[in-house]
Ligand binder design. Structure first.
Ligand SMILES: [Mg+2]
Length: 256
C-alpha cells in the first residue's frame, strides 16, 4: 500500500486486453478503473499502438468508456478535445525533432541494421515513407538475435535505441519511451511519482515498470519473465491472474 492512486497507466494489448477472451477486457477491472476515474484518478492508456490503431481497438472491443489520456507509439502524449485527440503540450513536437536529429546522426548504424536484416535474417524492415522505422521478426527467437545485433551496433551511437514488443520492434531515440512519456504526463497533470500505478506485460513496458516513473508498478501473470523481474525488483505487484483480471488484482493490492 503506497497511497492513493492518482494516475493509472495501462498498456493495452496483453495487459488491459486479452485477445482470446470475450469481451477482451475484464469487466471488474474496467468497473474499478471507472470508479477511480469518478473519484478523480487519471486513466491513461500507454501503448505501442498509433492513435488510429488505438481508437480502432477501443471501438472494435466496445470499451465502456474512454481513457483520459493516450500515450501512443511508445512516446507521444495526447489529450482529448472536441476535435479529437490532440498533442498535450509541446512534448510530441520535441520528440519528433529529437527523432529527426537522431535519424541524421544514426544513419550509419541504421544502414548496418537494415543490411543485417536483409542479408542474414527472415525478418522484414518496416518503412515510414522512405525511412526504416522498425522491424518484424519471423519469431521471438529471431527477435532475440536481432536485438543482440542492434545492442552491439548501438554501442557507438547510444542514443539510437528500440522498443520491442513480441516480434515487433520500433527504432527510437533512447530518451523517448513509455516511461518518459508517462513522466511528461505526470509533470503536466502535477501527479507525484508516488501516486502513479503502471501495468504492462512486454519489453516495451519495462521503462515504466522499473519504479522510476511509477511507484506502483504491476504486471499480469502472462507478462514475460523480464517484466516480472523488473516489477519484483521495484517492489511492485506480479499478479496471479492474466491481463485485465491481473490489472484488477494489482489495483486492489495497491488500494489496500
Ligand atoms: Mg502489451
Amino acid at each position: 500500500m503506497v497511497g492513493k492512486i492518482q494516475l493509472v497507466s495501462t498498456d493495452f494489448d496483453g495487459t488491459l486486453v486479452c485477445h482470446a477472451s470475450d469481451p477482451v477486457f475484464d469487466r471488474d477491472c474496467m468497473r474499478l478503473i471507472g470508479d477511480l476515474q469518478k473519484e478523480g484518478t487519471i486513466w491513461a492508456i500507454n501503448t505501442g499502438r498509433s492513435v488510429a490503431l488505438l481508437e480502432e481497438g477501443l471501438e472494435d472491443f466496445a470499451f465502456p468508456f474512454p481513457p483520459d489520456f493516450i500515450l501512443t507509439n511508445e512516446r507521444d502524449v495526447f489529450r482529448p478535445t472536441a476535435r479529437g485527440w490532440e498533442p498535450y503540450g509541446d512534448w510530441n513536437a520535441r520528440c519528433a525533432q529529437a527523432h529527426l536529429e537522431l535519424y541524421d546522426s544514426a544513419a550509419a548504424i541504421l544502414a548496418e541494421v537494415v543490411d543485417y536484416v536483409d542479408q542474414q535474417t527472415k525478418a522484414r524492415v518496416i518503412y515510414d515513407a522512405e525511412t526504416p522505422s522498425g522491424l518484424i521478426a519471423s519469431s521471438e527467437e529471431e527477435m532475440d538475435q536481432l536485438t543482440r545485433f542492434i545492442d552491439r551496433a548501438r554501442e557507438k551511437t547510444p542514443k539510437f535505441h528500440y522498443q520491442r514488443n513480441t516480434v515487433f520492434l520500433r527504432f527510437c531515440h533512447a530518451d523517448y519511451h513509455k516511461g518518459s512519456a508517462l513522466a511528461e504526463l505526470a509533470r503536466l497533470t502535477k501527479t507525484p511519482t508516488s501516486a502513479i500505478f503502471a501495468a504492462g506485460d512486454h519489453h516495451n513496458d519495462l521503462s515504466m515498470l522499473d519504479g522510476r516513473y511509477a511507484a506502483m508498478p504491476a504486471c499480469p501473470a502472462n507478462a514475460i519473465a523480464e517484466v516480472k523481474e523488473a516489477v519484483r525488483s521495484a517492489d511492485g505487484w506480479v499478479a496471479e491472474k492474466e491481463a485485465g483480471a491481473g490489472v484488477h488484482e494489482a489495483l486492489q493490492h495497491f488500494l489496500g
